[in-house]
Design a binder for this molecule. Structure first.
Ligand SMILES: *Cc1c(COP(=O)(O)O)cnc(C)c1O
Length: 365
């Protein structure tokens, strides 16, 4: 038998989550965001599972896009940060990747290069996130230069929301207002049919007015809600990453005895402690505090003491009949990575995305 820590990715859950996005936005096209190895879920396998269902993929960079192409994924691919230098442009053009242009330098590089076939460009406008995107003032002139270039086939305008998880909040309304205002001169020109892409998962789920031509769902595809509170639209999401291991030791601990490194948890009652074969070396967050729920035989029990590289300890005193070999679920369908993350000063996004390549990964169709 091998070390029991393992990751099981439910590809059917990812397909169902994507269908939910599409049901909410029946008039939009879907760009499945599979950057960062599909948020740690395996980009190639996830992309293969979604390919028939979506119009396009989005990744962060050229390398991530090439991995998809090398694995026979033929749908269009958008590079969300565009090209980092001129040498990347040629490779992107050879592969017909679609490019975000978010600043003046990328614009100049694009206009300076000669391509055999023009490219589709996604012009990113900074409406308030203030990381990437051309400014509201620059927008019109940059749009005009792109429109005039022989290198450019189609232009889609995009922006990214900073606080769409604040349902009904003023900041998203302000961003939408700024976008509408800066687009006015273009929209007024009836010869131009403007296409837009606005929504990430939070916007798609909670802001119907952002469900425009192209949506960009990421985290929801993996079954994690982007909201802190429970919202109806997110209730049907099915977490796709199941992170599991087993009980490999059990011991009785007397009052006053401590468990784990640093002796920072001490038994206040006669306790039964289960040792689970999983630790920060497998991606379980070291910052998880005593009390973080772990499912042992399907029942919640609290983590106690420090998380080690290979092991954690769980107080199973209140559970009946725990044995060596019993299953332990760190997160999955019945325990969201978001909930675990809340005990570790993190978010579900981070936990699933930063899994090391240690625990064996299996894909279920
Ligand atoms: C990552 C990313 C997304 C997806 O965001 P989620 O919150 O995971 O849905 C959408 N758009 C852009 C520009 C991104 O970088």
């Amino acid at each position: 038998m091998s070390r029991p820590a393992k990751i099981i990715i439910d590809l059917a859950a990812i397909q169902a989550n994507c269908r939910l996005a599409q049901t909410l936005a029946p008039h939009s096209k879907t760009i499945a965001v599979v950057k960062a190895d599909a948020y740690g879920h395996g980009a190639v396998e996830v992309a293969k599972a979604l390919e028939a269902q979506i119009e396009m993929f989005a990744v962060s960079c050229l390398e991530e896009a090439l991995v998809l192409r090398e694995n026979a994924l033929s749908k269009p691919i958008l590079l969300l940060e565009g090209c980092f230098d001129k040498s990347e442009l040629e490779i992107a053009a050879d592969n017909q990747f679609e490019l975000v242009v978010h600043n003046g330098l990328q614009l100049e590089q694009l206009l300076d290069t000669r391509f055999e076939t023009p490219l589709n460009i996604w012009l990113k406008i900074d409406t308030g996130m203030h990381r990437l995107g051309v400014s509201l003032q620059q927008f019109e002139s940059i749009y005009a230069r792109l429109s005039a270039s022989e290198n450019v086939k189609n232009i889609v305008l995009m922006t990214h929301f900073a606080h769409a998880d604040d349902v009904g909040g003023a900041y998203t309304l302000m961003q939408i207002g700024r976008l509408e205002k800066c687009m006015q001169p273009i929209v007024a020109d009836a010869s131009k049919k403007v296409q837009l892409s606005l929504a990430n998962s939070a916007a798609l789920l909670a802001w119907p007015q952002t469900r425009v031509e192209w949506n960009r769902p990421g985290i929801m595809l993996y079954g994690l809600s982007p909201f802190d509170e429970v919202i109806d639209q997110a209730k049907q999401l099915i977490p796709a990453m199941n992170f599991e291991s087993q009980v490999i030791a059990l011991r009785d601990i007397s009052v006053g005895e401590s468990v784990g490194y640093g002796c920072n948890w001490t038994a206040k009652r006669q306790s039964i402690i289960a040792t689970i074969a999983v630790g920060y070396g497998d991606g379980y967050p070291r910052s998880a505090k005593s009390g973080t729920p772990v499912l042992i035989n399907g029942h919640r029990a609290p983590l106690v003491g420090r998380v080690s590289m290979d092991l954690i300890s769980v107080d199973v005193t209140d559970l009946q009949n725990v044995h060596i070999g019993d299953p332990a679920i760190l997160w999955g369908k019945d325990l969201s990575a978001n909930e675990v993350a809340s005990w570790a000063d993190s978010i579900g996004y981070e936990l699933v995305t930063r899994m090391p390549k240690r625990a064996a990964i299996t894909f279920l169709n």
